[in-house]
Every structure is written in structure tokens, then in C-alpha cells.
Design a protein around this ligand. Sequence first.
Ligand SMILES: C[S@@+](CC[C@H](N)C(=O)[O-])C[C@H]1O[C@@H](n2cnc3c(N)ncnc32)[C@H](O)[C@@H]1O
Length: 267
Amino acid sequence: MIKITDNEFLDFVQYMHKNFGIDLSKKRQLIEGRLSNMIERKGMKSFSEYMLNIKKNTKEEVSTLINKLTTNYTYFYREENHFKYLQEVILPYEEKTNKLKTINIWSAGCSSGEEPYTIAMVADDYFKYKKQDWKIQIIATDISQDVLAKAEEALYMEESLKLLPESYKKRYFIKEKDKYRINLDIKKQVTFKTFNLMENISEKNKYNVIFCRNVMIYFNTETKLGLVNRFYEATKPEGHLMIGHAETVQRGQTKFKYICPAIYKKE
Ligand SMILES: C[S@@+](CC[C@H](N)C(=O)[O-])C[C@H]1O[C@@H](n2cnc3c(N)ncnc32)[C@H](O)[C@@H]1O
């Protein structure tokens, strides 16, 4: 097994933090454990050689690296109180006040698509036949091309649908052997794109809701705060930010107002 030297480890940690916000300073074993076989298989002799390759390499290589070091684990209707809040508070508010009838939602760190598709289902369930009067745009982004390819394929194992209300399962999926495919109406509501959350966010005051859940677990406090501030600029006044329940945003350090666990608002 190829070992990582102290210098290689420092270099690797700095590179991952600077470029992707991912804090691996306490993950030496994980880095070695998850990467050394792959490095060997590529015919390389050391972490330095691999790093040289990564630094000048394609998005695909980088995507594989991130996949190896982070988890893409996700499922439909995860942390349901966000979806209930969307259905019971946010969408009724938009229906009453949104004269342009346009709703922009961003699923940032969407993994294989279960989160943005759940959002599309909730919006469909809320508006029902009135949906055709509305422009509901769901943008879903992730740094990993592998998970985005899965999201585009839109074919899921039953396991992933376990928490989804039965009526959603019936209405929004087509069964294909032992798997479930998202129906076309829901699928076309979501646009997937590659995006690294460490980059500048050019849209200002655009999103009615941003979901960024179970992504910031990898980021240190400073990186997290920087991202939350960029989300703030990108959110419309009266818009919301949803984070994972295991995550925290330091209250008082962001302009978002705390509403309830894992839900924040731009006032
Ligand atoms: C555990 S999944 C979360 C999926 C979904 N939001 C949920 O809560 O179930 C975390 C995702 O964040 C993505 N990610 C990690 N760092 C990122 C970055 N710097 N920019 C964009 N996406 C990132 C990973 O590729 C992974 O797909």
C-alpha cells in the first residue's frame, strides 16, 4: 500500500481545502485508505505523482477524487420537515404574493437527484392543476459528474424511496423491473449542472429557496460562513435557506434569520 508522507499530506489537505472547501486535516487514514489502491492501479508510485496529475487534470479525475473522499449518500424525502415547510409555509406564501408566478429553487450539492426531484414532487402536489400557470425552476448542482449522471438517468432502487409518501411513489414514478423511474413531468422540471460551491455565485436576489443540506459537513467554519454569505446574496428577500439538521450556521455571524432548526430566512 502506498503511504502518504507528511509533506504530501499537508499539500493534499491544502489543495482540497483551497479548491473545494473540503477539510481533510484530520483524515489522514481515510485519504490513504481510499486513494492508495487507485493510485497504484493508475501505475503511479506516490501521492506526489498523483497530485501532480490531479493539479493539471480534467474535471473527471477531480470528480472521481471527490467521490472517493466524500459521501454522496442521499434518499427521497430526506429530513421531511423541510418539505413540509415548503408545502405548508413557503408555497402558500408565494401563491399569495408572487405576482410574476416564478419560483426559483436551488438544490446545491444535489448528489444523485433525490433532493431536487422531491422538491419538484412537493411543488406539483401543492399546485396541482394550477401548476401550468407557474414557472417553477429547480436548478440542481453538484461538483461530482458521476452523481449528476445518475441524477439525469433518474432510475432509483426501491430502498431510496422508503420515506416517500405512498401517493408520491404512485404518481411520480414508473416501475421498471425492480427499479423506479421518475416520470417525465417531474424530470423536466429539474435542470442539473456541475458547480463547485467554492466558486463565485453570480446570481443575486434570485432564489426563493436554497437547499444546501449535508454538504457543509466537510467544510470548516470559515468556508461554511463564506458560502452562507454567498447564498445570502443569491437569495431573494423573504427567501429561505435549508441546511442539514446535523449542520450549524453560527447565529449572529450571518444575516440570515434563524426560523427553526435547519431553516433560515432572508428578511
Ligand atoms: C451527502 S450528499 C448530500 C445530498 C443531498 N443534499 C442530501 O441532503 O441528501 C453531499 C454532496 O455534496 C457534494 N459536494 C461536496 N463538496 C462540494 C463542493 N465544493 N461543491 C459542490 N458540491 C459538493 C458531493 O459531491 C455530494 O454529492
